[in-house]
Design a binder for this molecule. Structure first.
Ligand SMILES: [Zn+2]
Length: 301
């Protein structure tokens, strides 16, 4: 594993483009392709790999530099809810290897980011998930991702500081050199659900030695910009990530809908960069056309 080279590759890419673009939503696209609500998206890394590959191809072609594997819920904690915990390694390894092949088949230099989402459980002492158990669970997921060939690990949508630390330590248990990017979701009046502020989050992320840190998902564009502004003020030298939903989610017939159009996300990319972000992208509700518009705006201005 040439992990130190991966830090250099990521650093080199950042210097070359000055702002890196991630992909957009996977879930939104999978539901449109027929995934039923409540079904595990990770199973499609094997059973409907053609669908996952075509969504990821569209993001590569839209200009994303960093592509996330379809493994957000690929920890044993979440796969257990579907009786799939025994297939954890396989689902993560395929998710990574398929994406790597997709990128190579398009002659792209984009990097594969192994996506790790929250456990969905509450950490002790408030909840039942013990710290060591969390570290071990995240390490197992990371093992499959690294075997599948990811270039970096992307930990996102976290609310708890303890869980973020457990995830980072889990990754480091498997590979202590691979670049790690961490994002928390500040969806509760400028804090995470567990009450963490952007300032405390970025300070902890830097203490953990991550390559970059920031926010993803959350409550729309304006709040994401405020999170980045506060992180930048607290840690001016940090490489910051802003990966926003396509606007504030609104409920319509019991489903979340996101109304920001590609132009609004393009404006977001420029505004996030101006506030100190150097990795920008889309979360829930964003599509390849949003990512394409963001890339074009970043290159234009
Ligand atoms: Zn999201």
């Amino acid at each position: 594993m040439k992990a130190t080279n991966n830090v250099n590759r990521l650093q080199g890419m950042l210097e070359k483009h000055s702002t890196l673009l991630t992909d957009g939503a996977m879930g939104t696209m999978l539901f449109e392709a027929g995934l039923e609500f409540g079904d595990p998206p990770e199973l499609w890394n094997i059973e409907r790999a053609d669908v996952v590959n075509s969504i990821q191809s569209a993001y590569v072609q839209a200009g994303a530099h960093l592509l996330l594997t379809n493994t957000f819920g690929g920890s044993s904690f979440r796969l257990r809810q579907h009786g799939l915990q025994d297939r954890q390694y396989e689902l993560n390894r395929f998710g990574a290897a398929n994406l790597k092949n997709t990128i190579e088949s398009l002659d792209s230099t984009s990097l594969v980011a192994g996506d790790i989402g929250p456990s969905g459980e509450i950490m002790a002492p408030l909840g039942d998930l013990e710290f060591d158990e969390a570290v071990a669970g995240f390490a197992e997921q990371c093992d499959g991702l690294i075997e599948g060939g990811v270039d970096l690990i992307w930990i996102e949508t976290l609310s708890s500081m303890e869980e973020m630390e457990a995830a980072v330590l889990g990754v480091k248990q498997i590979n202590s050199d691979i670049p790690i990017i961490t994002c928390m979701s500040f969806d509760t009046h400028g804090r995470t659900m567990m009450g963490i502020t952007p300032e405390d989050a970025i300070s902890k992320m830097l203490d953990l030695g991550v390559f970059a840190g920031g926010g993803n998902c959350g409550s729309g564009i304006a709040e994401m910009l405020e999170v980045i502004e506060r992180m930048h003020a607290a840690a001016p030298d940090a490489v910051l990530v802003a990966k926003s939903n396509a606007g504030v989610p609104e409920l319509e017939d019991g489903k979340a809908v996101y109304r920001a159009d590609p132009e609004a996300m393009a404006d977001f990319a420029i505004a996030a960069r101006a506030r100190g972000a150097s990795i920008v992208g889309g979360c829930c509700g964003t599509r390849p056309q949003h990512i394409r518009a963001m890339g074009a705006a970043l290159r234009r201005t």
